[in-house]
Design a protein around this ligand. Structure first.
Ligand SMILES: C[S@@+](CC[C@H](N)C(=O)[O-])C[C@H]1O[C@@H](n2cnc3c(N)ncnc32)[C@H](O)[C@@H]1O
Length: 689
């Protein structure tokens, strides 16, 4: 029964190709043919997410538990379904012949690197299907090839050393690990880079890699920080020139090496557990700590580590002493390392994070700030909680640990640091950003204060800080997180903030107060809007673009001193048959001219223009406008972003965020358009004396 998630090989226009299963009901067997050109690929045998399949021979659905138990009992195999070859005009697909099928039938090599795949089933899925060890993730042929390359690393290293001596490099026998700079160290460095090549080969040559039907190429396993189950997989020609081949990967690693900075000073890397004292003092610290339960680095690292170890254990015996990477000290909040207890995982993480920042406090100089990276992800927020953004356990734990360890937060810088094409959050990842927290040691004699005073200072300082951030065109996605800086800055300048009952205010409560102030700030901005737009914002906040009864809309409108009718005629609202709804921007007819003073309409039109025509379309809209209405539309987009973000309307949030971040470009394009417009000259230049 083929467990194929798809039979499609290529969906490139004009080059469509797919696998056609040939069913033999008599012998209950299936063979595979390849079809190209006109026609419809057959439906896949996968019926839903997870291990949900149906038999293409008898049509019966198969329970996923059955598939799991068959696979765990080693009754899941693989069959070659098609061969892809390089043709004169691109890829060609062929049905496999007996020779090709036999060529894949090789024995599993002895002593291939392996180890048990960790127990974090959020990210490591293959053990559910009997692929419990790292060596299970490769076909025998892949293992054979990878072993051959890995075993050659040592030989290539020796050869590089000989070549270096022959070309006049010093014959210094000091190894790389002891700071050697002669031929031995050079050979070892070449070996290290070649071991990276082997690791990347492993990433492409696995039995859980994927085939991209749009790009017709092999995709690497680690498109996200997980080892997911892949049912049908491609096996790349490791000796060929295409993606996943040895030579193309050598080139890739070379390109990376060439980008490394050439500096005279040697970098020194030492491995320490962050919770323990490493003995360093009077240094500057810039750190990127783990984010709560986000990524199981150690478990994932094992995939590469076992191969690095195979290639380099003779060069770095002490680094590769252990069969797998150390796990016990890893600072992540994964329940599976704590008998499944979320609570124990939380306590472990919190205690460890506090120890980590206490150590950092010992290491650092008083006059130099500590910078801490924090990649905030929307998915981390706890749904259903008020003020979700900043109440995520990751944020709270991190801030508590920093403050308890004796630091105050003096700034927050939003930074775009992570690659934008990570598939872990595709679609929503535009809403992820990294924040750098800037901290300084809090003087030991810092005073304490009261909740009341904290709120008063917050009111006084937050507004101007937010205005400054907003004026600097900070992306809306970053604003709430950035507001934590000035907000927590006030909280953390005191030894403690006392609640009315004399207890110490928690970071969680402080974050909630900061968020409330953020709301106040945005609500104040409402006051600058025309009353019709204020009504629209209210409607949007409560109902998005959904229908409500006319009566309810009318009440809301009256409260804002306006009415439904004029907004209907401006094409802002649909109001018929007793129901009212806001018109989504793609339903607003393009023929509707902007009412510059109806900021809601202008904002929706600009957001739509950005979605459909980008910067130029927006610039064309605002070029003829004078005054600050366009700016006010941008401000409203900011406000709508925060509403959409809180409500979890990711696409809406994305649209407003896009408009705001493109604003400087839109403005300069608009200025360009204004300048190129014909200008009516006066007969006399009145400025001329
Ligand atoms: C957010 S990542 C840093 C990523 C890094 N900036 C990069 O670009 O590759 C956090 C790192 O902390 C490491 N880590 C986790 N627990 C640790 C501990 N107890 N001591 C030292 N490092 C630890 C993880 O292995 C992981 O590499």
């Amino acid at each position: 029964m083929p467990l194929a998630s798809s039979f499609v090989l290529s969906k490139k226009k004009g080059k469509e190709a797919w696998i056609e299963p040939v069913l033999d009901y008599k012998s209950k067997s299936i063979s595979f043919n390849v079809k190209t050109g006109e026609g419809e690929p057959p439906e896949s045998s996968k019926t839903a997410r997870g291990a949900k399949f149906k038999c293409i021979l008898c049509g019966n659905s198969v329970p996923s538990d059955y598939i799991k138990s068959e696979a765990q009992n080693k009754r899941m195999g693989s069959t070659l379904m098609a061969v892809v070859a390089e043709g004169k005009h691109g890829r060609i697909y062929l049905p496999p012949d007996a020779g090709q099928i036999n060529a894949a039938n090789v024995n599993k090599p002895d002593n291939s690197p392996t180890g048990e795949i960790g127990g974090d089933r959020r990210a490591l899925w293959t053990p559910l299907y009997g692929l419990t060890h790292f060596s299970d993730l490769f076909t025998n042929r892949q293992l054979t090839a990878l072993m051959a390359f890995s075993n050659l690393v040592g030989k290539a290293q020796k050869q590089a050393e000989k070549d270096a001596i022959a070309s006049g490099m010093s014959n210094d026998p000091t190894p790389l690990s002891e700071g050697g700079t002669g031929a031995k160290a050079y050979g070892q460095a070449v070996g290290v880079y070649l071991a990276f090549v082997v690791d990347r080969l492993c990433d492409f040559s696995t039995a859980v890699s994927r085939w991209s039907i749009s790009n017709e190429k092999v995709m690497n396993l680690f498109s996200k920080q997980a080892i997911p189950m892949t049912w049908d997989f491609p096996e790349t020609n490791i000796l060929g020139n295409s993606v996943g081949g040895f030579l193309s990967i050598v080139k890739y690693i070379c390109d990376c090496i060439l980008r490394l900075p050439l500096v005279k000073e040697k970098g020194v890397v030492k491995q320490y557990d962050a919770q323990s004292d490493n003995g360093l003092r009077n240094i500057m610290v810039s750190t990127d700590p783990p984010y709560y339960d986000n990524i199981g680095y150690a478990d994932l690292s094992d995939f590469f580590y076992v191969w690095l170890r195979q290639s380099l254990k003779k060069t770095y015996p002490s680094l590769f002493k252990t069969m797998l990477v150390p796990k016990a000290e890893e600072l992540i909040a994964t329940p599976y390392r704590h008998d499944g207890s979320k609570e124990k995982a939380r306590v472990f993480f919190e205690t460890g994070m506090l120890q980590n920042f206490q150590q950092i406090n010992k290491y650092t100089r008083d006059d130099i700030p500590v910078t801490i990276y924090y990649a905030f992800k929307q998915s981390e927020t706890e749904k259903g909680e008020k003020n979700t953004q900043t109440a995520s356990p990751g944020w709270e734990t991190m801030l508590s640990a920093i403050i308890k360890a004796g630091f105050s937060i003096t700034g927050t810088w939003p930074m775009r640091t992570e690659q934008s094409y990570r598939s872990v959050g595709l679609g929503t990842n535009a809403l992820a950003s990294s924040i750098v927290l800037v901290c300084r040691k809090r003087p030991e004699d810092s005073p304490q204060t009261t909740r009341r005073n904290f709120v008063t200072e917050l009111k006084r300082e937050l507004k101007s800080a937010l205005q400054k951030l907003q004026r600097s065109n900070l992306a809306p996605v970053d604003l709430a997180q950035s507001a934590i800086g000035p907000g927590m800055g006030i909280y953390s300048r005191y030894s403690q903030v006392l609640e009315a009952d004399g207890t110490s205010m928690s970071v969680r409560s402080a974050l909630q107060i900061i968020n409330q102030e953020l709301d106040v700030y945005f609500n104040e901005q409402d006051g600058e809007l025309d009353r019709e737009s204020r009504f629209c914002v209210e409607l949007y906040t409560q109902y998005a673009f959904n229908e409500i009864k006319f009566g309810d809309a009318d009440t809301l409108a009256r409260a804002k001193n306006t009415s439904v009718k004029p907004l209907e005629s401006c094409h802002v609202l649909y109001a018929q048959k007793g129901v009212v709804r806001l018109l989504p921007r793609d339903e607003i007819p393009t023929s509707v001219k902007s009412h510059e003073s109806l900021i809601w309409l202008l904002t929706q039109q600009l957001t739509h223009a950005m979605e459909s025509g980008g910067v130029v379309a927006c610039a064309q809209m605002i070029a003829p406008m004078f005054g600050s209405n366009a700016e006010r539309a941008k401000d409203l987009a900011y406000r709508l972003y925060t509403i959409a973000e809180r409500k979890g309307w990711a696409q809406e949030a994305y649209a407003y965020n896009s408009l705001v971040i493109a604003w400087p470009e839109i403005q300069s394009k608009a200025a360009e358009l204004q300048n190129t417009k014909p200008v009516q000259h006066t007969l006399f230049d009145t400025n001329e004396e």
